[in-house]
Ligand binder design. Sequence first.
Ligand code: SF4
Length: 504
Amino acid sequence: MQNENSSCTANGPVVVERPDQPERPDKPEEACGVYAVLAAGQPVANLTYFGLYALQHRGQESAGIAVFDAENKVRLHKDMGLVSQVFDQAMLERMPGDLAIGHNRYSTTGSSKVCNAQPVVLMTRSGPFALSHNGNLVNATELREEMADIASELTSTTDSELIAFALQSAVNGGLDWDQAIRQAAGRCRGAFSLVIGTPEGLFALRDGHGIRPLVFGHMGELDQAQWVVSSETCGLDIIGASFDDDVKPGEIIHFRQGDSTPSRSEWCLEPHKLCVFEMIYFARPDSRFFGESLYSYRVRIGETLARETPVDADIVIGVPDSGIPAAIGYSQFSGIPFADGLIKNRYVGRTFIQPTQAMREAGIRVKLNPLPDVLSGKRVVVIDDSIVRGTTSRKLVAALRDAGATAVHMRISSPPVTHPCFYGIDTDTQDQLIAARLTLEEIAAHLGVDSLAYLSKQGMVDAAKANSNNFCSACFDGAYPIEMEEAVRSSKLMLEPAGIAATL
Ligand code: SF4
C-alpha cells in the first residue's frame, strides 16, 4: 500500500507530522495487515479488533474497522495509532453488525495522514463496499492517469484507493460484485491481498503471484460457519478460529452468510512468488506457512547457517526478537551453547520520541541492552535476520565489545539485501543498502566484526517446506517477478551497484 507522501485532498485531513525523524528503522518495514469477519450474531467489530491486535506487527501507524449492519449500512472508524489507541469498548459497541473489514497500516516516509488509513469505503449503485489492501501496485501512476476524470474524488494518496475506485466504476458499469472485482483486479499490477465487504458478503483475493500472504478459517460448526480472513494465521488463533486454507495466489473466494463452503475460483494464473522475507522476518513466528510455524522454519535456517558458515566460539546469541529462533538453530547444529546476551525493551513503538544524534552518541540505548555477565570474556556468535544499512549492526557490535565480548562473529540468517522492494515493503533506495555498495570484507570492516557470513539463497529457500521456485527473493538477487514502469524502477534502483550486488 503506497504512500506517495503528497497532500491528501480529503476535507480537513488530520496530518501528523513526525517532528524529529533522525533515524529510519534499519530493517525493512511491513506495510499492512488485513482482516475480515463474517459472522451473524457475533460481535464482529470486537473480533476484528482482536484480529488486528494480533496483526499489529504488520502496521502500527493507523488502524480501521468498517462494519456492515443488517440493513447494509456501513459504520467506519479509522484513525492514527495502534489498534488499542484507535478503539475502545464504547466505540466497538457502537459498531454492531454481521460483517467487519479491518486494516492496520504502516506508511513509508514523511507525513502520516488519517486520510490514507483504511478500510476504504465507497458507495455504488449496488450498495456500499469496504476494502482493505496489503501490498503495493507498480502501475499506480498508469491507473491514476486512467482515472483522471475522477481525480477530484480521490481523498487519499494511496494505491489502495485506486483499486477501490476501479471496483466502484466496474459495479456502476453494471457488473455484479464477483465480475466487478475480477475486472478491477485485472487493471492492477503488483502485490495485492484484498478483503472486500459487500452487501452480498465477503470477498478475499490475492494477486496472481501471491506476493503477500492471506489465509481464511472459520468459527463454529461448518454447517453454520462464520468466516474469518486474515493476513496471517495468528489472526485466526487469537479468536479461536480454525485455519482452513490459504487464499491461493490468483484466487478469489466469496463467503456468504450461512454457506457451509465458500465459492472458490481462479481469477488469474501466474507463477507463485510469496515474499520470502515474510518467512524470514516479517510474519509472526507463531504464524503457519506451508503447514508449520515460522518459528520452525527460522530454527531450520539457523541450522543451515551453522552448517554453511561454522566458527569457533563460546556462546551463540540472537538479536531479539526475530534473530532468536535462528540463533537457537545455530546453537543446536553447532553445539555452541545458546545464551541471552541482549535484552530488548519491547515498548518502543513507532511513535516513541527518538533520542537525538547527540544523545545516541552519548550512549543512549533505547531498544537493546547487552548483558556483561553473559558476554564478558566470551567469543560470541551473534545472529541477526538481516542487515539493511548496517547502522544498527555497527552499534550493536560496539555494544557487545563494550560488554566484554572478546570476539564477535556475525551471522545473518538471510542473504545480503542488495535490492529494494517495490511490492509493499518499505526498504531504502538501493544506494542506502550496504550490500549494494560494499563487498563482504568491506561490510565486516565497517561493522567491526571478527567475521561476517550470510545464509546462502539456496539454503534460505531449501529450508522452506515449499517448492523453492515459489518465492520472490528479489531483494536478494534483483529477479523481480513483476515488471515495473521505468519511473518506478529508477526511483529506487542504482545504475551501477558496486558491492555484493555487483557480483551476484
Ligand atoms: S523484493 Fe524482497 S521484500 Fe519485496 S516481495 Fe520480494 S522478497 Fe519480499
